[in-house]
Design a protein around this ligand. Sequence first.
Ligand SMILES: [Zn+2]
Ligand SMILES: [Zn+2]
Length: 109
Amino acid sequence: MSGPYRGRPKSRWPKKSREQKSVEDVIKELRQDTSSTVDYRERSLKIHGLICSKCGREFDEKTRHLLTVHHKDGNRQNNPPDGSNWENLCVYCHDDEHSRGRLGDYLKR
Ligand SMILES: [Zn+2]
Ligand SMILES: [Zn+2]
């Protein structure tokens, strides 16, 4: 124990640059995640229309956020461009659909 406060470099904090990098990374990840999610959702809404395929409730531009895309085979990675694996479900029907099995990643993400 000798001179604990001597010769300490205080000018630079390596933490700072680390924080900046991590924030940028987070933003990048968020953008990528959002764009891929929006992509198939928008396509499914275009193909199948703004209507719940289960209860038949119709939606418009103001309420479309209540309409979600369900994957028929349960695999969210399976997104054929013709929309054959997608089903437009309102949040209530979608919740109901998943409550039988696993209430899935949909609500978490
Ligand atoms: Zn519905
Ligand atoms: Zn679903």
